[in-house]
Design a protein around this ligand. Structure first.
Ligand SMILES: *Cc1c(COP(=O)(O)O)cnc(C)c1O
Length: 229
């Protein structure tokens, strides 16, 4: 299947998920995760009008970013080592994996040097799977309190990864849990501004994530094909 056909199918199921949950299509953005594919296919992805690109390692993203960086908005979605912050900051407009204070400190330092605000998502390990990065639900509010001391970091939203389930429906409590955390965060107004976004839902479970309020779905294999081209 070519990229255009895939896009139609995905677009169709996004629309249906929006309809089922009474949401507007424009409230859900797609991040095209291009970590599985090369520069040429990444360019085709942009040409299809998917203008948000997700990558999870700087080493793999570098060439794509250097050639195509100005043509889209770049999202760093993988675990970020502190010594890599200087490589991605200012290039990736969003970092989806803020999960510890040492990383916060380094992002703050690099953002201050550049006199910019760094837009980040707080990664929460809602499911509690040991193999996943992210804060536990208990760590979440103390972490947000601590963020107030870092004026160059701006929280755009929360991010999670659900466990891979054969039945996508089983991921629903994870997505709902993330939404509740965001809503509580906004009710308590800890940061002094509204935190609008939820980065949740991948190829296997994005329809459920949309029903639970996702505003950014991160699609890799379903969108660009894996090991195919
Ligand atoms: C790879 C990756 C995705 C995309 O995964 P698919 O299941 O291929 O859609 C989304 N989010 C993160 C953090 C990833 O690393």
């Amino acid at each position: 299947m070519n990229l255009q056909d895939r896009k139609q199918l995905i677009e169709d199921s996004i629309r249906k998920a929006c309809l089922r949950s009474g949401r507007a299509r424009q409230d859900v953005e797609v991040i095209a995760v291009t970590k599985y594919v090369n520069l040429g296919i990444t360019e085709q992805v942009l040409e299809q009008g998917w203008l948000h690109i997700g990558e999870n390692r700087w080493q793999d993203a570098q060439e794509k970013w250097e050639k195509l960086g100005s043509r889209g908005t770049w999202h760093f979605i993988g675990h970020l080592q502190s010594n890599k912050v200087k490589d991605v900051i200012g290039k990736f407009q969003y970092i989806h994996s803020l999960d510890r204070i040492s990383l916060v400190r380094e992002i703050e330092r690099q953002a201050e040097l550049r006199q910019m605000e760094a837009y980040c998502f707080i990664q929460v390990n809602v499911s509690g799977e040991l193999s996943k990065f992210g804060l536990s639900a208990e760590q979440f509010f103390p972490f947000v309190e601590a963020l107030k001391a870092f004026p160059h970091i701006r929280i755009a939203g929360l991010m999670t990864m659900a466990p891979h389930e054969k039945k996508p429906e089983e991921t629903r409590p994870v997505f709902r849990g993330l939404r509740l955390l965001r809503d509580q965060l906004n009710e308590r107004n800890i940061l002094g501004y509204e935190v609008p976004h939820l980065s949740m839902g991948m190829s296997n479970d994005y329809e459920v994530a949309i029903e639970e309020g996702s505003t950014w779905i991160r699609l890799g294999s379903i969108l660009v094909g894996k090991d195919e081209e």
